[in-house]
Design a binder for this molecule. Structure first.
Ligand SMILES: Cc1cc2nc3c(=O)[nH]c(=O)nc-3n(C[C@H](O)[C@H](O)[C@H](O)COP(=O)(O)O)c2cc1C
Length: 208
């Protein structure tokens, strides 16, 4: 995958968004980037003012290194329903919504296309191109669970923000690496964000 849309919505987990974005850019992908108003807020609230949406290129380079410069970012307004990714005739191969709020999930599940994120997701589904949603909410209501099923039935891949602990993450970055790696794996992009499972659980720190 060399051309991917990435949407950031207002669910907790801004670190997953920036890690996934950095990994795609380091891979050399062209990324159509869009954030909802609450996605923008979560970037600032969870990662600080230096991660504000408009400052992301500098933030990514400082946090993840100059390799992010291999890719290209095309930024869109969520209000712009005339952006390229609102049309099935453009060449975007896949879309990732990370993190995905329950509100955006509902809009996608019901084909509402109220903003660019929902419309671009709808385009992916109608064109039968990969759509990956990374939902985060707990506990979940029945309508939320049903919306996940509707999206899956329409062809989306649901990658819940559910980090594993068998890799023995030591930092929040380890957890974000795991989730970003799961997304890249679904996209078919090779990565080393987490070690492949070998069947052997590493000894816990301090274990005898
Ligand atoms: C600090 C904060 C954390 C939030 N976390 C979540 C969350 O984890 N999951 C969720 O579905 N909504 C969460 N919300 C609520 C959404 O941001 C809200 O429903 C918003 O309208 C979503 O709009 P959007 O999908 O256009 O971004 C959170 C809101 C705030 C302010």
């Amino acid at each position: 995958m060399t051309h991917v849309a990435l949407a950031i919505t207002g669910a907790s987990g801004a670190l997953y968004a920036v890690r996934t974005l950095a990994a795609l850019l380091a891979h050399g992908a062209t990324v159509d980037l869009v954030a909802s108003d609450y996605g923008r807020r979560l970037l600032r609230d969870e990662l600080g003012p230096e991660a504000a949406f408009d400052r992301l290129p500098a933030y990514l380079a400082a946090r993840y290194g100059e390799a992010v410069g291999r890719g290209r970012m095309l930024v869109h307004s969520n209000k712009d329903l005339g952006a390229t990714i609102a049309s099935g005739s453009q060449g975007c191969q896949a879309m990732v919504i990370v993190p995905c709020s329950m509100k955006s999930l509902a809009g996608i599940a019901h084909g509402l296309s109220r903003n660019l994120i929902e419309r671009a997701a709808d385009v992916m589904l109608k064109e039968r191109r990969p759509l990956i949603v990374v939902p985060r909410e707990t506990p979940m209501s029945l309508p939320q669970l049903k919306n996940l099923v509707l999206c899956a039935e329409a062809g989306a891949v649901v990658v819940p923000a559910m980090p594993a602990f068998y890799q023995q993450p030591a930092t929040l970055d380890d957890i974000a690496d795991f989730m970003a790696g799961k997304v890249l794996s679904v996209l078919g992009i090779p990565h080393t964000l987490y070690p492949a499972w070998t069947g052997d659980v590493p000894a816990a720190p301090g274990a005898r």
